[in-house]
Design a protein. Structure first.
Length: 288
């Protein structure tokens, strides 16, 4: 069977045709402009492909409550052209197939749970650290939604000593995203992360904030694995720094086999940056 997958991002829309084995058979990418400009291109891509369903892993915030009048809508997004847009309804009307829907980061986690490094686990976190910071959570085998959906990037953090930076988040200033996302790195240091690869001071501070957040997630959500993706995490020198600081910040309070094997507990994404689109295909499979 063929399934459609859409990884809907703030800058680009990735559309694929895939199958139940997680194989991507066809792909197209469109810039995220207005719905009037971008939606017809995506609909044309999926039409005539005989897909059984479409899965959408979408930037947000989004409404995931199936009892809500606005289920399937992109809601209070800073991407104003898409605010209060019924993306699920638009694809259902155009394609006439079931549509699975979740956050982009839950989609990435679902890809890793189904075909990647978290396969077989029931409790996991996927965190993307890039232009923004967001996280997907699976607990007891279910993707976590709750009142809305997790917004792991907007947790407030304690600032490092002698860090005068006031953060870049327009809502919370010094939340995790405000202190540690790609734009925060660029504003604090005057260069993009990729240009700072050899500056140890940058990554010592960055790993402090990431580790602080991960220690809190460990204490509150008790995941069996933490997967880190996104552009900032292409700086592989971060991983040993983060692992060391997580152990230091937990300070012996948590004693499990996962913490004892920290190198296998806090890991990079494993699907060559396709975890989001593969998760979207799994959303389509589950919709059927």
């Amino acid at each position: 069977m063929l399934y459609g997958g859409l990884e809907a991002g703030g800058t680009k829309m990735i559309c694929v045709i895939g199958n139940e084995n997680g194989e991507i058979l066809e792909r197209a990418t469109f810039p995220t402009k207005t719905p009037e400009e971008t939606m017809p291109l995506m609909i044309d891509f999926f039409k005539g492909k005989e897909i059984k369903a479409l899965g959408i892993a979408c930037f947000g915030p989004i409404d995931l409550d199936k009892n809500s009048k606005t289920y399937g809508y992109i809601t209070s997004t800073p991407k104003l052209a898409w605010k209060n847009y019924n993306i699920v309804g638009a694809f259902k009307d155009a394609l006439g197939v079931p549509v699975g829907f979740d956050t982009d980061v839950n989609g990435s986690l679902l890809g890793e749970i189904t075909w990647g490094c978290a396969k077989g686990l029931s409790d996991a976190i996927y965190l993307t650290i890039g232009t923004g910071i967001g996280g997907g959570v699976m607990t007891n085998g279910q993707l976590l939604h709750g009142m809305l959906h997790p917004e792991l990037g907007h947790m407030r953090l304690a600032k490092a000593e002698n860090d005068p930076f006031e953060g870049v988040c327009p809502y919370h200033g010094t939340c995790f995203e405000g202190l540690a996302a790609g734009p925060a790195i660029e504003k604090r240091w005057g260069k993009k992360a990729v240009e700072l690869a050899d500056n140890d001071e940058v990554w010592e501070l960055e790993s402090f904030y990431i580790a602080q957040a991960l220690a809190t997630y460990i204490l509150t959500l008790s995941p069996k694995i933490i997967i880190l993706g996104g552009g900032v995490m292409h700086q592989m020198q971060l991983f040993p720094l983060i692992r060391k600081k997580v152990v230091e910040q937990l300070n012996g309070y948590i004693n499990t086999k996962e913490i004892d094997n920290i190198d296998e507990y806090i890991v990079p994404a494993s699907l060559n940056d396709d975890q989001g689109i593969m998760g979207a295909v799994k959303l389509a499979i589950d919709a059927v």
